[in-house]
Design a protein around this ligand. Structure first.
Ligand code: NAD
Length: 311
């Protein structure tokens, strides 16, 4: 166990995952939530989950399960959770007013050294931290659900974030075994969602145009592109698919450009196509079976993570 402290504010799905990741390398993790019962259930769930992972031999980090569990404690005030923390990971619901209100309170109790790191999926760091006294300590560290099994973290600074904050945050994320990518400047959707939305838009158009059904669209990813993408991204894929990237561009730039001219406008995810997609998806996984399917997904991701470590 280490002597450094991490403060977690908001102990829902994401707060719990972060707590386990920080505890996996021995940080003293302090959890705060406005709902007392959320803290209690977080501690119970984390204990259960760490024990399950340990018994299945897939616990992260080198410390034993009991050592990791002992690193995590609940606390009852915002002032206490931020006190002496090297990093405060904010994990409250994705609601701008709620987050801003929290930062106003946080601003009064945080010292000038702690990194204030938000898990936000959608808000730009400049929007969240504008007006804060401690805005130079603010950064976004956007995880991917479920963070325990998916290592990417997008680190996004505001224009006024102190130059030392991104490298320090990156080092902590690497230390806990995540894989950070640091954006040089903020853009809406960060990087992951910009790419994800391109894929979703084209998936929508293929269904809307009656080219493929839902299952087949998903197969294009899970049985095709996704097989590669778990190991190498689209750019290295292109590099390997010709005699290097320059040769790929020479060979394919015209045909690629021509196909892209047929993409059509950005679809809005509303109207009858949504019902069509929903009906087919519910036939594949009924809503009351979503939790079973999530457990299956996490098992698959665990195996994939182990395979990637071996390669
Ligand atoms: P959640 O609803 O599961 O948990 C939020 C927790 O915050 C609750 O326990 C709630 O009681 C607590 N809370 C509310 N107001 C608070 C306050 N003022 N102070 C302290 N605690 C407070 O939400 P989540 O899914 O864990 O999401 C948290 C953040 O993580 C959001 O910004 C979300 O966008 C981001 N995120 C979520 C996912 C995901 O898939 N769930 C993925 C990446 C990022």
């Amino acid at each position: 166990p280490k002597n450094e402290k991490i403060g977690i504010v908001g102990s829902g799905i994401i707060g719990r995952s972060w707590a386990m990741l920080f505890a996996s390398v021995g940080y003293k993790v302090s959890i705060f939530d406005i709902e007392r019962k959320q803290i209690d259930s977080a501690l119970v769930e984390i204990t259960k989950e760490v024990k399950r992972l340990e018994s299945q031999k897939i616990l992260r980090g080198k410390l034993s399960g009991d050592e990791q569990i002992a690193c995590v404690t609940g606390c009852t005030s915002l002032a206490e959770v931020v006190k002496d923390a090297v990093l405060i990971q904010e994990c409250v619901p994705e609601n701008l007013d709620l987050k801003k209100k929290l930062y106003t309170d946080l601003d009064k109790v945080v010292d000038s050294k702690s990194i204030i790191s938000s898990s936000t999926s959608t808000f730009l760091p400049s929007l969240l931290s504008d007006g804060m006294k401690h805005k130079s300590q603010f950064v976004v560290s956007h995880p991917v659900n479920p963070p325990y099994y998916v290592p990417l973290v997008e680190i996004v600074p505001a224009p006024w974030t102190d130059a030392s904050v991104v490298p320090k945050t990156k080092a902590i994320m690497e230390e806990i075994g995540q894989v950070p990518v640091c954006l040089n400047k903020e853009v809406p959707g960060f990087a992951l969602n910009r790419i994800q939305y391109c894929i979703l838009n084209e998936a929508f158009r293929l269904v809307a145009d009656g080219v493929l059904n839902v299952k087949d669209v998903d197969n294009v990813m899970s049985e095709g592109l996704g097989m590669r993408y778990a190991f190498l991204g689209p750019l290295e894929t292109a590099h390997l698919n010709a005699e290097g990237m320059k040769s790929y561009c020479e060979r394919y730039c015209n045909s690629m450009w021509n196909v892209c001219q047929t993409f059509g406008p950005t679809p809005r995810f509303e109207g009858p196509v949504v019902d069509v997609m929903n009906e087919q998806l519910c036939a594949m996984t009924p809503v009351d079976k979503l939790q079973d399917r999530r457990v299956w997904r996490d098992t698959c991701l665990t195996h994939l993570a182990q395979l990637k470590k071996k390669m």
